[in-house]
Design a protein around this ligand. Structure first.
Ligand SMILES: [Zn+2]
Length: 380
């Protein structure tokens, strides 16, 4: 959906936008002198009017430019909405600076990315913020990413069993759940001969809080029903989750197994972490039972074109639940060794079916009846 809209709109923008569309909201404009906000505003506008991300880096603090490089120092990667590979160029398609607030010596600058496609269609993918403050070394006012500052202002952390939990200051930490999570990870690490656990796990009670912490006061993904969700950053060994609590092992298991089983097919990879670590906060058995009941009322449904299936609904994904079912059967039949065989079987469709044939002696034409038989068994 997003890709389609993006392409249609972007084609339009090529014709309608040949100048930088950067605006200051009138409410902010009227208060600039009263609250002495001209300097941070000028810095932000100079940044937005730079040629590209590399050119804009001179307005950013050197520490983050050194850490992430000239093109990635601005860490709000979702802002690269058209996949241009350049956030400043994207923002020049339509940004309104909404507000600047001051907390001690820190300026919080909030802006809206907004595209007017026609008189009747506008799009706001994000309202976001960055910070400006005086850099101690250079003595100049410079720009900063929101997440590290928000983390310092609004979160605390606690380390349990190799996992550093980062959470809201007003959350009462549940050590019992953290220890339960550590036991899951340690057990999987031991059984599958994986490395030691050393991760950062950021969690927030709800989606809004999660996005705000990361710098998005509005995010286009924050629409519709809210279910527990998470993302793993394999490069940084970090997990971000919301809508759940200390116990959300799914994404942490990705950090643990993805580097070891690089050749795993997506269905087995997601199936593994769902079997050992849930999906959307619900156990694999919960999802299996739901799918089995769905099948009872839709007996005509077929798993023949298995790999084309995606979502049963907004909670249950076929790839996770059927992938998990395969892992569950393999684990019961031959333990970690047989599961590892599935995970090492290759990423292609051909290799996926070949793995089913080797591990379960099931040919492609028999997959539908095999899954249905196993789902019926799950209801017993
Ligand atoms: Zn996953």
């Amino acid at each position: 959906m997003r890709i389609l809209l993006t392409c249609v709109l972007f084609t339009g923008f090529i014709f309608i936008s040949n100048s930088q569309r950067i605006f200051i909201d009138a409410n902010l404009e009227q208060n600039l002198d009263l609250f002495q906000l001209r300097e941070p505003l000028r810095l932000w506008l100079d940044f937005l009017r730079s040629d590209d991300d590399a050119d804009g880096s001179k307005y950013w603090n050197q520490h983050e430019v050194d850490e992430f490089g000239e093109n990635d120092y601005f860490q709000l990667n979702d802002l690269d909405y058209f996949d241009l590979g350049d956030k400043i160029k994207t923002l020049q398609y339509g940004t309104i600076v909404l507000s600047i607030t001051k907390i001690d010596s820190l300026y919080k600058i909030m802006s809206q990315l907004k595209f007017d496609y026609s008189d009747s269609i506008t799009m706001t993918p994000f309202i976001f913020h960055v910070y400006a403050k005086i850099d101690k070394e250079s003595g100049r006012l410079q720009l900063y990413n929101p997440f590290p500052i928000n983390k310092a202002l609004y979160t605390k952390s606690k380390k349990v069993g190799g996992i550093t939990y980062v959470f809201s200051k007003d959350h009462h930490f549940n050590k019992r759940l953290a220890m339960k999570q550590s036991r899951v990870l340690k057990r999987v690490a031991k059984e599958f001969n994986l490395g030691s656990v050393n991760y950062t796990f950021f969690f927030a009670n709800n989606r809004k809080l999660y996005y705000e912490m990361r710098g998005y006061d509005f995010h286009f993904e924050n629409i519709g029903a809210e279910h527990p969700s998470g993302k793993a950053d394999l490069n940084k060994n970090e997990v971000y989750s919301f809508g759940s609590n200390e116990y959300y092992p799914h994404e942490l298991l990705h950090l643990l197994i993805n580097p070891k089983f690089k050749n795993a097919h997506l269905w087995f990879n997601e199936g593994f972490v769902t079997y050992f670590g849930q999906s959307r906060g619900k156990s694999l058995d919960w999802h299996i039972k739901k799918l089995a009941l769905h099948l009872n009322s839709h007996p005509e449904f077929s798993f023949s074109n298995l790999l084309e299936l995606k979502n049963l609904d907004d909670m249950t994904d076929y790839r996770y639940v059927i992938g998990g079912l395969f892992i569950k059967i393999a684990y019961k039949k031959g333990g970690a060794e047989l599961v590892a065989q599935l995970l090492n079987g290759g990423k292609s469709e051909e290799e996926f079916y070949s793995s089913l044939s080797i591990v379960f002696d099931v040919q492609k034409s028999e997959v539908d009846s095999f899954i249905k038989k196993e789902l019926v068994r799950a209801l017993d």
